[in-house]
Design a protein around this ligand. Structure first.
Ligand code: 1QQ
Length: 401
């Protein structure tokens, strides 16, 4: 009975999504939480070289807002997203957090896009006792920033090793590994530590570690140095544009072995950077579009209807972050009418409530450690497959069992 109602609800949601998609955003009452909507702050990059990743987060939370409001919001009260552009740096993220907390009086925040930004902006939420859920922060140490900081994006420590094991499955002869990483970014520094440890733990020979900046476009020197050492596996921790250009230049210089890209490669926007030369790059994933659950089917259909492609990991993670807020608010409201709470009470009780829950999300079932790190069960590895024209591509999921 429950599932029949849910299926009918899902159908109504899908058939109405285009109509809802056209509706305009209205201003929320910024001074009180007793307005007739519940404001949730979204601090993603809408500008800068991180905007493409930020856009994927925005796509995910917008689908969640429509869906959860359609099925009744917080026991009848709708949620309202308030967007603030963080840009790609720390200052932008700090500004966005301050505006959301002080001006828009949000009950909680989702963001920022990069771990590099989270290490600066999350302490502001912590000091103001405002919950933050990271939807794309994967560096080690994010949940430990404070009691009000959690994340639904699994750590590099959990996800990155899957790709190295998948590369060894494809080529058991791999012995010599070259590692590259962007040294000006917290996530990339954290991820390369894990990659380097995995390489050593698997008994492989780490022949070189090359550094670059996320703003670099020319990688000839580092790529040539690495190729001279004859690696049969290259592992890159960078963001999509720099990482994609590095792949391109490695291939142009004649490197023929397997390439692994880290979580910064986890966006379809990489295709337009390395084009045909992206072919074969291996990327571990914390989301599979075909994960067989009702909520993922709803999310995936809504995403494909709107964007005509498979949902990427960051969109699914952003949807899951919204789902955590919605379901934690619903369960809190059943215990204590949230209308009657002051904003500081609501923020604190919401933070406590969200850490207790179990959520059936598009990522699968998730819960949190006491520190606020996500507990997730299923991980995947995909390989980039480019169409012959080199313009369109897809993530093709590998069998890693
Ligand atoms: C981080 C990341 C980024 C690559 C995702 C947007 O994982 O900064 O933690």
């Amino acid at each position: 009975m429950k599932s029949a109602i849910a299926a009918q609800t899902a159908f109504l949601f899908l058939s109405s999504i285009l109509l809802v998609a056209c509706s305009k955003t209205s201003n929320i009452n910024p001074t009180t939480n007793t307005s007739n909507v519940i404001p949730i702050g979204i601090a993603f990059a809408q500008t800068s070289n991180v905007a493409l990743l930020g856009q994927e987060g925005t796509d995910g939370v917008k689908i969640a807002e429509k869906y959860f409001n359609h099925i009744g919001g917080i026991n009848g009260k709708p949620i309202k997203l308030v967007f603030q552009d963080t840009g790609g740096d720390e200052a932008g993220a700090i500004n966005a957090f301050q505006t959301l907390i002080n001006q828009y009086k949000v009950v909680g925040i989702i963001g920022p896009t990069l771990s590099q930004q989270a290490f600066s902006a999350n302490p502001i939420a912590e000091r103001n006792r405002v919950p933050v859920i990271g939807a794309s922060n994967t560096a080690q140490g994010i949940p430990e920033i404070g009691d009000y900081v959690a994340r639904v994006s699994s750590s590099v420590a959990v996800v990155a090793p899957y790709s190295v094991k998948a590369a060894l499955k494809q080529n058991p002869q791999i012995k010599r590994v070259a590692v590259f990483y962007a040294q000006n970014d917290a996530f990339n520094k954290s991820e390369t530590d894990i990659f380097q440890k995995t390489v050593k733990d698997l008994g492989l020979n780490l022949v070189t570690v090359q550094k670059f900046q996320t703003t670099d476009t020319d990688f000839q020197a580092q790529a040539s140095d690495a190729i001279n050492l004859k690696p049969d596996l290259v592992i890159i921790s960078g963001l999509a544009v720099d990482g994609g250009n590095l792949v391109k230049q490695l291939r142009e210089l004649g490197y023929k072995g397997i390439i692994i890209g880290g979580n910064g490669f986890n966006t379809s926007h990489i295709f337009s950077v390395c084009r045909a030369l992206c072919e074969g790059v291996i990327v571990a994933q914390a989301y599979s579009p075909v994960y067989p659950s009702q909520i993922n089917t709803i999310f995936r259909k809504a995403y494909i209807e709107q964007y005509q492609r498979e949902p990427p990991q960051v969109s699914a993670q952003a949807f899951a972050a919204m789902q955590v807020y919605v379901e934690a608010l619903q369960s809190l409201d059943k215990k204590t009418e949230i209308n009657k709470l002051t904003l500081p009470q609501l923020r604190t009780q919401l933070n406590q409530e969200l850490l207790k829950g179990r959520y059936q999300t598009p990522l699968g079932e998730i819960a949190f450690t006491p520190a606020g790190d996500v507990i997730q069960k299923e991980f995947y590895v995909a390989q980039l497959k480019m169409e012959p024209n080199g313009i369109k591509g897809k993530f093709s999921f590998l069998n890693i069992k």
